[in-house]
Design a protein around this ligand. Structure first.
Ligand SMILES: NC(=O)c1ccc[n+]([C@@H]2O[C@H](COP(=O)([O-])OP(=O)(O)OC[C@H]3O[C@@H](n4cnc5c(N)ncnc54)[C@H](O)[C@@H]3O)[C@@H](O)[C@H]2O)c1
Length: 436
């Protein structure tokens, strides 16, 4: 048995996590809770200081858990990558966004690998968890790690890809109980990485034959969602023209016990995964002279959904003899999904931008997001959802299905409501409600 495997099995291995965000911090906490010594790495000093003070900043992490493991000395954080030398394993969970041309921005993955490489040592394991195009681990990470360390992958150190599947706000599936997929550069790399996750998680680990399989399966998962949401968004537009409720159609289709999974329309796609990941694949596919036409068509539909919502809002206001230019609009919810504080790539913010472009006077209320800054746009939300606020606007647009909003109050006081999430479906009096 390798030295590292033994250290993992008897929990004397020190585990590093690079990138202490939505993915990395819960992972670091689980590793420490499983009894390992954990070192967290981040370039943001503020996050490192918060972790070291035991102060939580991620919704999926339990405050008391973080405070307890930091106090016990099992988790510490640093900006100094020299501490990689003391780690037996480092998992990389840094951002993989798109650049301004909607192409993969792999610079964070590259920079973090370059920071780790000088401290890579024999018998060490590196696992990439960031969502990325198939080929990243072997084409990008492996050469950087080998060149900078003089060590050979599969002989001197282990390298694998294991996609993160965290679903922020999901109350059932968390980092600890979500099955993991692991693909290493060699069978030994797969085995060591799988052993490490098995020692940390209470979920099965599915081994695959290469990092590229694991990278591709993650993109397949997210593209599957992207395409199915694109499909219902398209059906929703058609249903609207035909005077049919798409929500009733989906509810009916859902009654089939097999072969159909319900997806729902909305103002577009949000978050750091579903709207971005397919672009990683379409970009990589072009290297092979291949066009991912189905995926690209779905992205065209989803990306134009905020425009469609603004168009519908304009028609609602028109029926009230009100121009959208100058209309007062209250946007309800700017987080990208219900009951979380993350607004990255939020379609609701795209809606706000587009409403401002056509001259609307926009305010927002979101119990989870007090203020936001996205590109050029920064806004502070209304502090409370009062009858006076609701009565003061021409239209309320519901763009996130938060469960801690009093929708009955909204219905009672609003002149007109455009509910893009069908969150008001249980409200009987529907005279002022229009649904996507
Ligand atoms: N958030 C999700 O729901 C989710 C789910 C599954 C997969 N993912 C994937 O996981 C990856 C991370 O996403 P996230 O949501 O945790 O991002 P995040 O922005 O919340 O966290 C990333 C962290 O990495 C740090 N960082 C950036 N460059 C660094 C460097 N060179 N060295 C060390 N740290 C660095 C940042 O400061 C930040 O704290 C992405 O590839 C994403 O697609 C995210």
């Amino acid at each position: 048995m390798s030295n590292l495997k033994e250290k993992i099995l008897n929990k004397t291995a020190t585990l590093g996590v690079c990138g202490l965000g939505y993915v990395g911090l819960p992972l670091a906490v689980e590793k420490a809770k499983a009894g390992f010594k954990v070192v967290g790495f981040d370039v943001q000093e503020a996050k490192v200081n918060m972790v070291n003070a035991g102060h939580n900043y991620i919704g999926d992490v339990v405050n008391e858990d973080l405070a307890a493991i930091v106090a016990s000395g099992n988790l510490c954080a640093t900006t100094d990558f020299a501490s990689v030398a003391s780690c037996d394993c480092v998992c990389i969970a840094v951002p993989t966004p798109l650049d301004k041309h909607q192409e993969p921005d792999i610079s964070y993955v590259k920079a973090s690998t370059e920071s780790i490489a000088p401290y890579l040592h024999k018998d060490m394991l590196v696992v990439l968890e960031s969502t990325t195009y198939p080929g990243t681990t072997e084409e990008l990470l492996k050469p950087i790690l080998e060149e900078k360390s003089g060590l050979k992958c599969g002989e001197d150190f282990y390298l694998a890809f294991s996609p993160e599947r965290v679903d922020p706000g999901n109350l059932i599936y968390k980092t600890k109980n979500t099955p993991k997929v692991v693909g290493g550069c060699t069978p030994a790399c797969t085995d060591i990485a799988a052993t490490m996750y098995e020692a940390v998680l209470e979920a099965p680990v599915h081994r695959v034959s290469s990092p590229a399989i694991a990278e591709m399966e993650k993109i397949l998962e997210n593209t599957y969602r992207n395409i199915n949401i694109g499909l219902v968004n398209e059906i929703a537009r058609l249903c609207n023209k035909m005077g049919i409720s798409v929500w009733e159609v989906i509810d009916a289709a859902k009654s089939k016990p097999y072969g159909f999974q319900a997806f729902y329309p909305g103002p577009g796609l949000g978050g750091h995964c579903i709207p971005l990941d397919p672009y990683y694949l379409t970009w990589k596919a072009r290297e092979y002279g291949f066009h991912t036409t189905l995926i690209e068509n779905s992205m065209i539909i989803n990306d134009s959904q905020p425009d469609y919502c603004v168009d519908r809002a304009m028609h609602i206001l028109n029926r009230h003899k009100k121009a959208i230019n100058g209309a007062k609009i209250l946007v309800l919810g700017v987080a990208y999904k219900n009951d979380i504080d993350d607004y990255r790539e939020s379609p609701a913010i795209r809606v706000v931008e587009k409403l401002l472009e056509v001259g609307a006077d926009v305010t927002y209320y979101d119990p989870w997001v007090a203020s936001f800054m996205e590109g050029e746009l920064s806004m502070t939300g209304e502090k409370a959802l009062t009858p006076e606020l609701i009565e003061s606007v021409d239209l309320v647009m519901v763009t996130a299905a938060h469960s801690n909003v009093d929708y009955a109050l909204v219905q009672k006081h609003a002149k007109a409501i455009f509910d893009t999430k069908n969150v008001m479906k249980r409200i009987d009096n529907r005279d002022n409600i229009e649904v996507l």
